[in-house]
Design a binder for this molecule. Structure first.
Ligand code: NDP
Length: 325
């Protein structure tokens, strides 16, 4: 099976396309013929040996894949079923989706929802699923369209792009924070009505509270930007913390929580329970405007991934990449 294999020697970590016999796949109940995979920030780390995520080499990255069940020893899955896998540390601590076949636990798979193709599901991928989980968390907290602008940070990245499109489709006014002014047209096409330059939010404010601006927030950046956003939330509004593209620290005070009743909602897609994933995928299939997929997505092959992995770590990938196997 054609595979993107990452190998490590004394001097470097190298990724290359090669043939790997199928009997080297890990143990698991379900073998899937992978049709598409994608590229997330974490894949960039796994492709380059960064972040200490991969402990054992040789390794096959790819934290997401979509494909067709080839064989299953678990009665829940049959040959021909169309399935999606995201998370569960697949592609990090065990072999993932950058190969023509993958073998995983039956408990980890989600059925492709009606209304979405396998390829579209990978245009969404972990990044988009996470954006949807964040929106569901904000809605559970009380966010409704008409309450005011919802801020999305890291907006031209994977999580951000899908968040902008989904929030706009749900009827929200969306403000998009980007450090790349050239993506303004792209973000407005996805549904952003306001563009906020990254520089406006990249320094910690000397004042813990600024004017009440945002009815909700989805933050893919962390660091000073998240601290800043917390101080700009409207009374009782919530921010969903999704990522750390700008840093893992949080140089904030508790003042926004105490004086404005602001909430910080943590979002994890990796170990999220299956019923939550199914609900999120169903909403994605229903709400994500299919005409936005083309603008949001670019195709790639396994051979393109080493370069793309380096690019996503530098914040240079716009939107989502779909890897065709
Ligand atoms: P991308 O690289 O596609 O997007 C990140 C975006 O953040 C960039 O496009 C850029 O947007 C912005 N950005 C990058 N560097 C900086 C910086 N130094 N300061 C401010 N903004 C910056 O990654 P993803 O969208 O795939 O992932 C985003 C984050 O979410 C990552 O940290 C990832 O690990 C995390 N994540 C978490 C998940 C979870 O389950 N909690 C699941 C998936 C992802 P722009 O150019 O528009 O400014």
């Amino acid at each position: 099976m054609k595979t993107l294999l990452v190998e490590k020697d004394d001097t470097a970590v190298r990724a290359h396309v090669t043939d790997v016999p199928e009997d080297r796949l890990p143990e698991g109940e379900v073998t899937v013929a992978v049709r598409h995979s994608t590229l997330n920030y974490k894949d960039g780390l796994c492709l380059t040996g960064g972040g200490g995520l991969v402990r054992t080499y040789p390794h096959v990255p790819g934290i997401d894949f979509a494909g067709v069940v080839e064989s299953s020893t678990d009665p829940r899955w049959s040959p021909g079923d169309e399935v999606i896998l995201t998370g569960w540390r697949v592609g990090e601590s065990r072999w993932g989706g950058y190969a023509e076949k993958a073998r995983v636990r039956a408990d980890w798979l989600v059925r492709l929802p009606p209304g979405l193709t396998l390829r579209q599901s990978m245009a969404v991928g972990t990044a988009g699923l996470t954006a949807m989980l964040a929106i569901l968390a904000l809605e559970a907290h009380g966010l409704e369209p008409g309450q005011g602008p919802v801020l999305v940070t890291g907006a031209s990245g994977g999580v951000g792009s899908v968040a902008v499109a989904l929030l706009s489709a749900a009827g929200h006014e969306v403000a998009a924070v980007t450090g790349r002014p050239e993506t303004e047209g792209y973000l407005r096409d996805l549904g952003a009505t306001r563009i906020v330059p990254r520089a406006d939010l990249s320094e910690v404010s000397p004042r813990p509270l600024e004017s009440e601006t945002w009815a909700g927030g989805i933050d893919a950046v962390g660091g000073a930007m998240l601290a800043r956003v917390l101080g700009q939330m409207r009374y009782r509004a919530a921010v969903a913390a999704v990522g750390l593209a700008g840093g893992a620290d949080l140089p904030a005070t508790v003042i926004p929580f105490l004086l404005r009743g602001v909430s910080l909602l943590g979002i994890d897609s990796v170990m999220a329970p299956i019923p939550e994933r199914e609900a999120a995928w169903a909403r994605i299939a229903r709400d994500l405007p299919k005409d936005k997929f083309d603008a949001m997505t670019r195709p790639a092959t396994l051979a393109d991934l080493p370069d793309l992995g380096r690019a996503i770590l530098k914040g240079q990938v716009q939107g989502r990449v779909v890897v065709d196997l």
